[in-house]
Ligand binder design. Structure first.
Ligand code: SAH
Ligand code: SF4
Length: 352
């Protein structure tokens, strides 16, 4: 059996292709994990190098019109104190991040109607007066809105597909449709964004077969960035009593994604770190990840941006956190990216 796993991994390394059945088999194989991780680390090194790109994350509003069943920011969570930052406060925070050396700022929020396309365009334009890449992660919008942000200078957009299984998607996202989420991702692609997507691992009733299809979807879309994280149950959501996602399964998904999409940017996500506070980030970076997003939102707001419970370092000052990470990266023999860290997958596409 071991031989078979090794053969599959070699095939993935050499061809960047596996069938749906082969991916499913490797996802289920706990005893193939070490081989998988080792191969992914090697592919990561050859394809995107040793640089770890740091992103400054600004969580500028926790108000959301959507009702995703897993998320603490969902509309029906009435217990949560809601906040949003005014446009100029978002811009100030971004400028602070630039002063701290970040070459990318990520603006993330719930789907908050206050932030019209015009307000977002104003924020983006101001931030782009600095030499910095701007990533948006603000949910499902119309093609026209995406165009407005892009024309204002936004470079990248993160919108996870979460799951490509129609039934599970519908169950997890009352009032939303998988087809519209795909429409968003293809619109973003056509508008020239570097497009990030990804999945939640361990959603109730999710199977390895479903995750294998997610990975094939990332390939079909030509994703430039892929964020993967275990689902972590939140007490103030309908999924409070469900089992959460598994760390090792998430790590295998990450490693397989690196094998099959060698040139994408892959973050070591905070959710991975939440499940393994001491080593989650390091293990993800050692299994194919090459990006880390660090929170630069002020401490008092951070506690309120609770997608899921137990987010680590909620009380740390942004700079302490950053220094600790830099040490961790150097200790792994890796380097800190000094560029904007554009996705190599995207660079290759535009050069074609
Ligand atoms: N509203 C935007 C951005 C904020 S949510 C959007 O939905 O795209 C960002 C990500 O947090 C989501 O894509 C989801 O995958 C993740 N997330 C939400 N709740 C989570 C939970 N309980 N456990 C793990 N990740 C979660
Ligand atoms: Fe809103 Fe995003 Fe949370 Fe869904 S995942 S409820 S869109 S913040």
């Amino acid at each position: 059996m071991k031989q078979t796993y090794q053969e599959l991994i070699t095939k993935a390394v050499n061809t960047q292709q596996l069938t749906y059945e082969e991916i499913t088999m490797l996802l289920g194989a706990g005893d193939a994990q070490q081989m998988l991780v080792r191969a992914a680390d090697e592919v990561r090194r050859k394809a995107v190098g040793d640089d770890v790109h740091l992103r400054g994350l600004i969580e500028f509003s926790n108000r959301c019109r959507q009702n995703c069943c897993y998320c603490g920011l969902r509309r029906d969570n009435r217990g949560l104190e809601r906040y949003y930052l005014k446009e100029d406060d978002v811009i100030d925070l971004a400028q602070e991040a630039v002063r701290c050396g970040y070459r990318t700022v990520v603006l993330q929020s719930g789907e908050d109607a206050y932030f019209t396309a015009d307000r977002m365009a104003y924020i983006i334009r101001k931030i782009k007066e600095n030499d910095v890449a701007v990533t948006l992660s603000i949910g499902e919008k119309s093609r026209e809105e995406y165009r407005t942000y892009r024309e204002a200078g936004a470079n990248r957009y993160l919108l996870r597909i979460e799951t490509t299984n129609e039934k599970l998607y519908a169950k997890m996202h009352p009032g939303q449709e998988l087809a519209n989420r795909k429409r968003c991702l293809y619109d973003l692609k056509e508008l020239g964004y570097e497009v990030g997507t990804g999945s939640l691992i361990g959603l109730p009733t999710q199977t390895d077969e479903m995750i294998a299809k997610d990975i094939l979807f990332f390939k079909e879309l030509g994703a430039d960035m892929i964020g993967l994280g275990p689902f972590i149950p939140h007490d103030d959501t309908p999924l409070r009593a469900e089992a959460g996602g598994d760390f090792d399964k998430s790590l295998r998904v990450l490693a397989l994604v690196r094998l099959l999409l060698p040139y994408t940017n892959i973050p070591a996500t905070t959710a991975m770190e939440t499940l393994r506070p001491k080593e989650g980030r390091r293990l993800a970076l050692g299994a194919g990840a090459n990006v880390v997003m660090l929170n630069v939102t002020s401490r008092d707001r951070r506690g309120l941006y609770q997608l899921y419970p137990g987010k680590p370092r909620a009380k740390d000052e942004p700079m302490e956190d950053r220094l600790r990470l830099e040490e961790e990266i150097r200790a792994m023999g890796r380097t800190i990216g000094m560029t904007q860290g554009v996705s190599k997958a995207w660079q290759q596409e535009i050069n074609e």
